[in-house]
Design a protein around this ligand. Structure first.
Ligand SMILES: Cc1cc2nc3c(=O)[nH]c(=O)nc-3n(C[C@H](O)[C@H](O)[C@H](O)COP(=O)(O)OP(=O)(O)OC[C@H]3O[C@@H](n4cnc5c(N)ncnc54)[C@H](O)[C@@H]3O)c2cc1C
Length: 481
């Protein structure tokens, strides 16, 4: 019997699990895929948004403004990758000044410092961001915005939650939930679990999960956002996150550097009908390139290495749903679209407060907030990389030459407390396969290490979607040039 059972190990489920692990509770975290962070939490812009980003008066605005403040402390504890960059929201026409002023007012209402949230004009913008379109007339400048590595944050939260007593069950697809007196029976395709409280954090499936207990007073419409990511070091092109004015569909196409220094452009926004559709298409990628060029004209000087997409869980209520449902002890955390990543620490605290009203919470005196980094920053010369590629198995041996990932880092990732059975599991933890060749060189070597360390036959090791690899992508990019 668990005190709390959390469904879905994205950033929201993992944040809640870690927050609750500060108390003496028996907690289960259930995830249908082979790893944590396989949903929207792995495929988003990675922006720690400013307070201007969500409409004043909404739960989104409250959670975003509160949540963003925890990031510096979380980075110190969990070492996932976060830094402040600043952001610009560009306006190209005279008429754009009014909406930019409105955004600023919204930020101030949500708690931004009026002295730092500024409206810049003409050359002032170029001084901050030299590669910006010289025709930009106005920009809202928020120095508080940052970028983070969203999947590393999710992994770090889950690892730390497990260290503090949470039990993670991967490859458990929740298929039915029954209420039996004072507790729930949660049935997956593998097993059955009993819990006093259930927290539904199933992302695009959160309405389906809620329906299992008739607690579905909301519907989710998935909205796909596609991205293009560029080669290593291309992120130097921009210092700030560069947005255009938001539209009805969202924050629009941005130009940013990822935490690890890759230039990234996207996302677009398309309503889709399958909750599994993660493909990218040439028309959307063309739209993204053309729109991004309006902000930073020479974007295509850099080489593209990959396209990907993420699904927003857009609720018909228009706001985050974070509440105990009409079914006692069944808590819905649904409709967590953007800025859900930024809001995640505050959402976790809100859920803890809901649970505090149900179960007496006593502090876990053994709670340890620290989680060590996996990636060790290095800047090896080409000669050193070549030398270390061909040495015998050792922690210093280079496995991924593009990202200079060592056998030691991969072995560390494989021997932590989450069982890794996919190439993507290693990729997201160590960056092996994130470089220009996208794993064509290191893929077989990583497979060997997964097989050796985790005792899995090599032919059973795939990417997280079950595929062997994606060699078609370069063809796609030739069409964009
Ligand atoms: C294109 C895009 C850009 C974004 N950009 C930003 C940004 O820059 N900044 C920001 O703050 N936010 C951003 N967001 C929002 C942010 O990514 C999300 O709010 C956040 O990732 C949602 O996390 P989650 O845990 O609710 O969902 P998910 O990460 O999708 O996790 C849900 C989990 O539930 C699991 N699950 C589903 N069904 C079941 C089942 N039946 N049984 C067991 N498990 C199940 C899934 O496999 C998944 O792992 C963006 C989102 C998108 C899509």
């Amino acid at each position: 019997m668990y005190d709390v059972l959390i469904i879905g190990a994205g950033i929201i489920g993992a944040s809640i699990a870690r927050e609750l692990s500060k108390y003496n509770l028996k907690i289960a975290l259930l995830e249908k895929t082979k790893d944590v962070s396989n949903g929207a939490s792995k495929a988003n812009s990675g922006i720690v948004h400013g307070k201007y980003a969500a409409k004043h008066g909404t739960l989104k605005a409250k959670m975003c403004s509160e949540g963003r403040e925890y990031f510096p402390k979380l980075e110190k504890e969990l070492n996932f990758g976060y830094r402040k960059t600043g952001a610009l929201v560009l306006g190209f026409e005279k008429e754009d000044l009014e909406p930019i002023k409105e955004l600023r007012n919204n930020g101030i209402k949500n708690g931004s410092d009026p002295d730092s949230l500024k409206i810049l004009k003409g050359e002032e913008i170029q001084k901050i961001e030299p590669k910006i379109n010289p025709e930009t007339k106005y920009a809202l400048y928020d120095p508080e915005v940052g970028v983070c590595s969203p999947y590393e944050l999710t992994i770090a939260l889950a690892e730390n939650a497990i260290k503090n007593g949470v039990e993670l069950f991967l490859e458990n697809d929740v298929q039915n939930i029954k209420k039996d007196g004072d507790f729930f029976i949660v049935e997956t395709d593998k097993d059955s679990f009993q819990s006093k409280i259930v927290v539904n954090c199933a992302g695009v499936n959160s309405d389906k999960i809620a329906k299992m207990v008739n607690a579905d007073n909301f519907k989710i419409q998935p909205r796909k956002g596609q991205y293009i990511i560029f080669e290593k070091n291309s992120g130097k092109k921009v210092k700030n996150v560069v947005f255009q004015l938001p539209t009805k569909k969202g924050k629009g196409v941005l130009v940013t550097s990822t935490y690890h220094g890759n230039l990234m452009i996207g996302p677009d926004s398309q309503e889709i009908f399958s909750r599994e559709d993660k493909g990218t298409d040439i028309e959307s990628l063309k739209y993204i390139v053309d729109t991004a060029k309006k902000s930073v004209p020479d974007i295509l000087d850099n080489k593209m290495i990959r396209s990907f997409s993420g699904l927003r869980a857009t609720p018909d209520t228009g706001d985050f749903i974070i509440e105990e449902s009409n079914v006692e002890n069944f808590i819905n955390v649904g409709g967590i679209e953007s800025p859900g990543l930024t809001s995640s620490p505050a959402i976790a605290k809100k859920v803890k407060d809901l649970i505090k009203n149900k179960i007496k919470l006593t502090k876990n005196k053994n709670f340890d907030p620290q989680r060590k980094p996996i990636i060790i920053k290095k800047n090896l010369s080409n000669d050193e990389v070549k030398k270390r590629l061909f040495i015998d198995s050792s922690p210093e041996k280079i496995i991924c030459r593009c990202e200079q990932v060592t056998e030691g880092e991969i072995v560390d990732a494989l021997n932590r407390n989450i069982f890794i059975s996919t190439l993507d599991g290693v990729k997201r933890r160590t960056r092996a396969g994130m470089g220009y060749c996208q794993g064509n060189f290191c893929g077989p070597r990583v497979k060997e290490l997964i097989a050796r360390e985790n005792n899995i036959p090599k032919d059973k090791i795939t990417k997280s979607d079950g595929s062997a690899g994606d060699f078609e992508r370069f063809k796609k990019f030739h069409e964009l040039k």
